[in-house]
Design a binder for this molecule. Structure first.
Ligand SMILES: Nc1ncnc2c1ncn2[C@@H]1O[C@H](COP(=O)(O)OP(=O)(O)OP(=O)(O)O)[C@@H](O)[C@H]1O
Length: 597
């Protein structure tokens, strides 16, 4: 497929800023023409002096033109800059929103496979690098280029020979610049890779700091961190050292326009081929060309950084979306059916290992189904497929006889609540964190949900109560309390289907009791699927599904499975054993038996 040009990518995100952007360009052009007026004024004043026709009023008139032109240049340039900054920020906003929107539409696996460092680097830092160069490129870059061309045309009109002499330094300067530019793309590419790598290492270092400290790996991790930063510094310095001589040579040659215009101008003047007025204005104009062109060379680097930022952003913007329909569907009921479902996380046709194979399962509306089985058997994968974090590889998942691929993603999200073990809290108040379940809920409704999820008491005990920021509260909340907040969110959402990845970590009896109460409040009258890690919590399930190696080994009630399914029986024995062990430990410690098997 033909690669999209970066200018094309840029313009596809100008929605809402097209008028401002066009106006900014128009104002920049007017500013350029304003900038030409002083040259015209000076030209006429010189001619008048040489011809001896100067009068006070004529001089004042042309001086007024010079001043007016200069004011136009400054004012219109200012307006153009304001508009170009606004347009640039709007473009940034559009790109960031488009990436965020895209991340919601691609399979979760695609997002999880990207490093957080890279995503943060692209969405925050790389996109930000577009703003300043873009905002300045429009008025400054455009006007520099236009002014140089206009002055050249003007100079050709005055004397074409002087025009050639005036730009002779450009091809000469192009030689050293050209040598640098030959390797520029490759160097810039390597520079960006090194920059992305450093970003990734920094984010990894900060994210993993808890593990680094816990395992006393501070020095090893710090060395990796330090090495990445040093390598990046060395690379940047090497690149600078390999180019600065040629770049400086180019920068020295480019403005040396007098080397051409002065001897030629003198020669033409002495031979009567150029008037003194034309000689003077030609020299002024030729200095004007190189000055503006020198300004433009600064933008070459800026253009490159815009190009790379857009290409990076475009990688995310081109991620393949989960196909989705828009039209809401009327679901007959909330029965869930998995029909011959197979799935692999690997998309490579030649390297596909099924995580789920030929799964047939029915979960009637209002029933309580539990998924149990050895670790890695595919329990969480089934739940993720039902929430459509990924699409099934083969077969279909249906809700109320409708394939979930034919239900709009937003409707599916409203229909299914998925409470995972990873209870992410946003750094807003706890009130707002719970309100995520239903943005329209009143404060009272949020508190009711919190009460039902057994969170109300501990939230009230926090200094800021419900207004405590989750970031501040985060350190004070236990894992079980965080899970109850997530359950409160789901209670507020009130979706007819609830999937719950039961927490393994928070097994102290008091917490377990509260979590069970909150789950009971969440799941009343709902179609419930629990990924169970502790069999005691699901022995009353209507149907228990034993998953092993991605296949259904058996299904049925607790009693039936104890009788018919060896794997389940073994798991139950192991579970009772561990409970007895825990009870004995408690007995040893506290002198009483705690048994809630
Ligand atoms: N994002 C992923 N990419 C690739 N493979 C994955 C991914 N998530 C899970 N797997 C693999 O899929 C298989 C099933 O994982 P899954 O999490 O569904 O099992 P599980 O029964 O829920 O396990 P556990 O009880 O330990 O949570 C495992 O072999 C796991 O390594």
């Amino acid at each position: 497929m033909k690669e999209k040009s970066w200018v094309g990518i840029l313009f596809s995100y100008t929605k809402g800023s097209k008028i401002k952007l066009s106006l900014s360009i128009l104002l920049a052009i007017i500013s350029v023409f304003g900038g030409l007026l002083p040259y015209l004024g000076v030209y006429h004043i010189i001619i008048m002096f040489f011809a001896g026709t100067q009068t006070g009023s004529k001089i004042l008139y042309w001086a007024g033109i010079c001043l007016g032109g200069y004011l136009i240049k400054i004012l219109f340039y200012g307006f153009s800059t304001v508009l170009s900054h606004r347009s640039a920020y709007k473009i940034l906003e559009n790109i960031r929103l488009a990436i965020a929107d895209k991340l919601m539409k691609v399979p979760l696996g695609t997002v999880l496979n990207e490093s957080i460092g890279k995503m943060k680097n692209v969405i925050v830092d790389r996109v930000e690098t577009i703003e300043l160069p873009l905002a300045h490129l429009i008025p400054e870059g455009l006007s520099s280029l236009l002014l140089a061309v206009s002055v050249l045309v003007y100079l050709i009109v005055v004397d074409w020979r002087m025009a050639i002499a005036g730009i002779i330094s450009i091809p000469l300067a192009a030689i050293p610049y050209g040598i640098v530019m030959r390797t520029y793309n490759k160097k810039y590419d390597d520079y960006m890779k090194a920059s992305n790598y450093v970003n990734g290492v920094i984010v990894e270092y900060i994210e993993g700091i808890e593990v680094i400290k816990a395992f006393n790996h501070a020095s090893i991790s710090y060395e990796k961190f330090q090495k990445a930063i040093n390598d990046f510094k060395d690379y940047t310095l090497d690149w600078f050292q390999s180019t600065w001589k040629l770049m400086n040579l180019g920068s020295a040659i480019l403005p040396s326009t007098l080397l051409g215009t002065l001897p030629l101008g003198m020669y033409l003047y002495i031979n009567g081929l150029l008037t003194p007025a034309d000689l003077t204005i030609s020299i002024i104009l030729s200095l004007g060309i190189v000055e503006t062109l020198t300004k433009f060379t600064v933008f070459v680097n800026d253009l490159k950084s815009i190009e790379y930022a857009l290409r990076d952003a475009d990688q995310f913007l081109n991620l393949k979306e989960l196909p989705s329909v828009r039209q809401q569907v009327k679901l007959k009921n909330y029965n869930i059916k998995l029909e011959n479902v197979s799935f692999s996380y690997l998309q490579d046709e030649n390297n596909k290992e099924n995580v789920l194979t030929n799964i047939d399962l029915e979960i009637p509306e209002g029933s309580f189904t539990a998924l149990v089985g050895p670790s890695g058997g595919g329990k969480s994968t089934i739940a993720r497929l039902m929430a459509r974090f990924w699409d099934v590889g083969k077969g279909a998942i249906k809700i109320g006889d409708t394939d979930i691929r034919d239900i709009p993603l937003t409707q599916l999200t409203d229909t299914v609540s998925f409470v995972t073990q990873d209870n992410f809290l946003f750094n807003s108040s706890l009130l707002e964190n719970i309100r995520l379940g239903n943005s329209k809920a009143s404060d009272e409704e949020v508190k009711e949900a919190a009460k039902a999820a057994c969170c109300h008491e501990f939230i009230e005990e926090l200094d800021g109560g419900y207004n405590t920021l989750a970031g501040e509260a985060g350190n004070k909340l236990s894992g079980g309390e965080k899970q109850r907040i997530a359950i409160a969110r789901a209670i507020l959402k009130n979706a007819p289907i609830v999937m719950l990845d039961e927490a393994t970590a928070f097994t102290d009896p008091e917490n377990e009791d509260k979590i069970q109460k909150s789950i009971a409040a969440l799941t009343k009258g709902k179609t419930l699927l629990v990924i169970a890690h502790r069999l005691s919590t699901i022995r009353n399930a209507d149907n228990i599904v034993v998953l092993n190696n991605g296949r259904i080994e058996d299904t049925g009630s607790h009693e039936k499975l104890l009788k018919d399914c060896k794997l389940y029986r073994d798991m139950w024995q192991a579970h009772i054993g561990s409970k007895a062990w825990a009870a004995n430990s408690d007995q040893n410690i506290e002198g009483e038996v705690v048994s809630n098997v």
